[in-house]
Design a binder for this molecule. Structure first.
Ligand SMILES: Nc1ncnc2c1ncn2[C@@H]1O[C@H](COP(=O)(O)OP(=O)(O)O)[C@@H](O)[C@H]1O
Ligand SMILES: [Mg+2]
Length: 400
């Protein structure tokens, strides 16, 4: 079983690239499902499918080729099915605050419910071994990050809050009913949550196992987009999800000679170099801007050729973590393996919210999580083959 997530800012080409990857995976003999996690589904458009056909097949996997299925989740229905009791309770809670019923229903769709629905499918398919490859076309970056944090958040909620809350509510319900208008959750609410939790069990292990799941960041050679990719990369990394490729989409091909595009081409070269500084040793896949939209099976197969060439798209293009955050003696360490490098060759700088590591002509940027960016006290040292950057140490800011 193999799971590949495509993540990135809105409009960068996630759905196209996910579709292309699926087409090629299926053509190479893998039983493949592409699942869209974006509410603004566009998989069926990219595959140039008839809307009526999609409607008839609403929310379920639809076979589009030999060994290839696509699935666009019907969020409303999924929420009813998976969250019925929970949703009802929350809606009734909002309702007692004077909101009208429709609005209360709408507000009761908590952030994360949609994502949980897709996690439930994912877990089910993995357990049933239903496909060789599942490709996830994620929602734009902000929301897809919420998706990866759900299993951890749920586990925390269940172990820390849920059990206590259930017991307390059991005790106070008879008394509270007489004094408060606010409804307390019935036991069905707790049962529903518990049932959900059971069906989600194990999904975090699957998502953080680099032998099964890897993330491919999709980006464009533009300043803002690259910066956002860098932040998303950091979060995936903090959640211990392995990023195995960065796809830089919409590169102007060399065959364009018009002077009008010269500045664009120069800027794109600059951002490609920057992407290498940010993400190496994770491989960068440049993807050309096509003459027209890569649509339908043929269009997507052409896009896949440009991305992967002869390679099997289900392969692991990178297996390790480029660097590691850890806590030691109450201090945060960033550790980075730098074999064959002596300490004289390494230079570490702090630049706004980034750490810049320079080794000869090679430069590496590491974006800092917000809580680390505030640290003033940073020291760096080489220990065997490993560079340690320590936050909160007693150094004077820069030392190599
Ligand atoms: N390399 C490319 N060349 C030409 N058009 C592209 C390319 N990649 C994506 N597109 C087009 O750009 C638009 C947005 O792509 P899409 O895959 O829907 O992005 P996202 O899923 O990230 O929002 C679509 O119309 C798609 O056909
Ligand atoms: Mg999309």
């Amino acid at each position: 079983m193999r799971i590949i997530l495509f993540a990135g800012k809105g409009g960068v080409g996630k759905t196209s690239v996910a579709g292309a990857t699926g087409v090629k995976a299926a053509a190479m003999g893998h039983k493949t499902l592409i699942m869209s996690l974006d509410i603004a589904h566009s998989l069926s458009d990219i595959f140039a499918l008839d809307k009526a056909l999609m409607d008839r097949n609403r929310g379920m996997p639809l076979q589009v080729d030999d060994g290839l299925w696509i699935q666009e989740l019907d969020i409303g229905e999924e929420i009813q099915r998976n969250w019925g009791e929970v949703h009802q309770y929350i809606a009734s809670l909002f309702n007692t605050t004077g909101l009208d019923e429709i609005l209360a229903e709408e507000l009761a769709i908590l952030p994360g419910m949609e994502e949980v629905s897709s996690l439930l499918y994912l877990n089910k398919y993995v357990r049933e071994d239903a496909f060789d490859v599942i490709i996830l076309d994620c929602a734009p970056t902000g929301e897809s990050l919420r998706f990866i944090s759900i299993p951890t958040a749920l586990e925390w909620y269940i172990s820390k809050i849920f059990k206590i809350q259930r017991r307390v509510v059991g005790y106070v319900r008879p008394i509270a009913k007489r004094f408060y208008d606010v409804p307390l959750p019935e036991d069905d609410y707790f049962k529903a949550l518990e049932h959900l939790f059971v069906r989600l069990e194990g999904i975090d292990t699957i998502l953080t196992d680099p032998a099964i799941t890897t993330v491919r960041m999709v980006t464009n050679p533009e300043k803002i987009v690259i910066k956002e990719t860098q932040r998303a990369f950091l979060y995936f990394y903090l959640y211990r999800m392995c990023v195995d490729a960065v796809l830089v989409n919409r590169i102007l091909p060399g065959s364009i000679k018009e002077a009008y595009f010269d500045d664009w081409k120069e800027a794109q070269r600059k951002y490609l170099r920057l992407a290498e500084e940010y993400f190496s040793p994770i491989p960068i896949f440049p993807v050309k801007l096509f003459q027209n939209e890569p649509l339908g099976k043929e269009g997507l197969a052409g896009l896949a050729e440009d991305i992967y060439g002869e390679r099997d798209p289900t392969g692991h293009f990178f297996k390790d973590w480029p660097y590691e955050f850890s806590q030691e003696d109450g201090k945060v360490h960033i550790k980075m393996k730098l074999p064959y490098i002596t300490k004289e060759e390494v230079e570490v700088h702090r630049l706004a919210d980034e750490i810049v590591i320079r080794i000869g002509g090679f430069k590496k940027h590491i974006l800092l999580p917000r809580h680390l960016a505030a640290y003033k006290d940073i020291t760096a040292k080489m220990d065997k083959d490993c560079l340690h950057i320590v936050f909160g140490g007693k150094g004077n800011g820069k030392k190599t």
